[in-house]
Design a protein around this ligand. Structure first.
Ligand code: ATP
Ligand code: MG
Length: 386
């Protein structure tokens, strides 16, 4: 699009007319126009006019209807075809209603009768043509902008849709997985009704199914914005220790070391929080650290406060997270490597839920990692309270 001229600059107008006398008349009219100065150039034929339109030097074209063997309307169409969208004012020797209609249909900005032309009429026609062109250009710019926005949101929707499809496949697997061992155990119980191993297996697998479905319910609460908290003044040690109690056995069973670093007991870790949701949040972080770290690794849970905020870091020596995924892992159902997660279990809900819970506490959660294979740190910052 051509740049809008500065208000003080001259308006450049090209007259296309095969009659030099008419040019002289028009030039004299233009010279008498007060206010914003108009620079009028003149060409006498169709080809020169097209060449000028190609150079896009003029803001307005005054085109005579009769141009030798051609008409001004043909010229107008040719200019439009070549991408010139500048306003065109058509001039005729005498008013003809037919031509007037034709001009309007072709998209002329105005249609003026030479015989009745004076500086007032000409000035007004040029001014309106410029104004209307600017408005159309602005409208076009808005449409383009809006189209780009729509394309972007469309792409985002497709991506979310794809993630949901993948998630459905994962979900089916995750729900299916515990059923085989359960069926197996039932078979064993049929023959040995007292088998404690079979009973234990069923209990573990059913508990796992319950966890998955609870996660799923939480996920749907998060996506529908229906997750609600019960917040009260608490010491963050409470949910932290609940989480450690839940996760430590899993972590130790995976052959990992868990190192918990809390400030001395006399340092308050007060927050205004939901004990259960915060415990769930830290459990998710610890379980992730355990899931995505190979045996022999170390997990550290470290807490500190400066009196304004309480900062909790869960660091592991595991798989790490590529830089471009550090934000993405917090999206619902996103998992870095599904084939790998398939073996690890999980639905890609934990961190999305964690972020929502932290948001509802007016806090912040972020992931950092030196890169694949070099471990990760998840940092949760909550406002201190009391
Ligand atoms: N400590 C970590 N180290 C490396 N990758 C991690 C870590 N924590 C999370 N991730 C990556 O982020 C993804 C999303 O984690 P999230 O906890 O949301 O889901 P999940 O663990 O796959 O399933 P679940 O819903 O059971 O938690 C994981 O699949 C994993 O790829
Ligand atoms: Mg997880």
């Amino acid at each position: 699009m051509s740049p809008t001229p500065r208000p003080e600059s001259k308006v450049r107008v090209l007259l296309v007319d095969d009659d030099e006398d008419d040019y002289v008349v028009t030039r004299d009219l233009v010279a008498n126009i007060p206010g914003r100065p108009i620079a009028l150039d003149w060409v006498a034929d169709y080809e020169s006019a097209l060449a000028a339109a190609d150079r896009n030097e003029y803001q307005v074209y005054l085109i005579d209807y009769r141009l030798g063997a051609r008409t001004g309307i043909e010229l107008l169409f040719a200019m439009r075809e070549r991408g010139c969208d500048r306003p065109v004012i058509l001039l005729t020797g005498q008013s003809e209603f037919e031509i007037d209609l034709e001009a309007a249909a072709a998209g002329a900005a105005d249609y003026l009768e030479k015989g009745r032309l004076d500086e007032v009429v000409l000035e007004r026609s040029i001014r309106y043509a410029i104004k209307q062109h600017a408005q159309e250009a602005e409208l076009e710019r808005k449409v383009r902008e809006r189209t780009a926005e729509l394309a972007e949101s469309n792409a985002k929707l497709r991506e979310a849709d794809r993630r949901k499809d993948e998630f459905l496949a994962t979900l089916a697997h995750e729900l299916r997985n515990p059923l085989a061992p359960i069926l197996n155990a039932v078979e064993i119980l049929r023959m040995q009704p007292q088998s404690p191993q079979a009973q234990g297996r069923i209990e573990r697998q059913v508990a796992h199914l319950v966890r998955l479905i609870d996660d799923l319910l939480d996920a749907s609460r998060v996506t529908r914005d229906k997750l609600s908290l019960t917040r009260e003044p608490i010491d963050l040690r409470e949910p932290l220790l609940m989480a450690v109690e839940t996760s430590a056995p899993v972590i130790v069973a995976a052959g990992l070391t868990l190192d918990v670093q809390l400030p001395p007991d006399d340092v308050p870790l007060g927050v205004f929080g939901d004990r259960v949701r915060l415990a769930q949040l830290f459990t998710n972080l610890l379980n992730n650290a355990g899931k995505y770290t190979e045996a022999g690794g170390r997990i550290t849970l470290a807490v500190e406060t400066d009196g304004h905020a309480v900062t909790t870091r869960v660091t592991d020596t595991g798989l790490g997270i590529p830089a471009e995924m550090l934000e993405e892992v917090f999206s619902m159902f996103s998992q870095i490597d599904r084939t790998l997660n398939r073996a690890q279990g999980g639905l890609g809900i934990g961190l999305a839920l964690a972020r929502r819970v932290v948001d509802l506490h007016a806090g912040d959660i972020a992931a950092s990692s030196p890169g694949t294979g070099h471990g990760s740190t998840f940092t949760v910052t909550l406002p201190a309270h009391g």
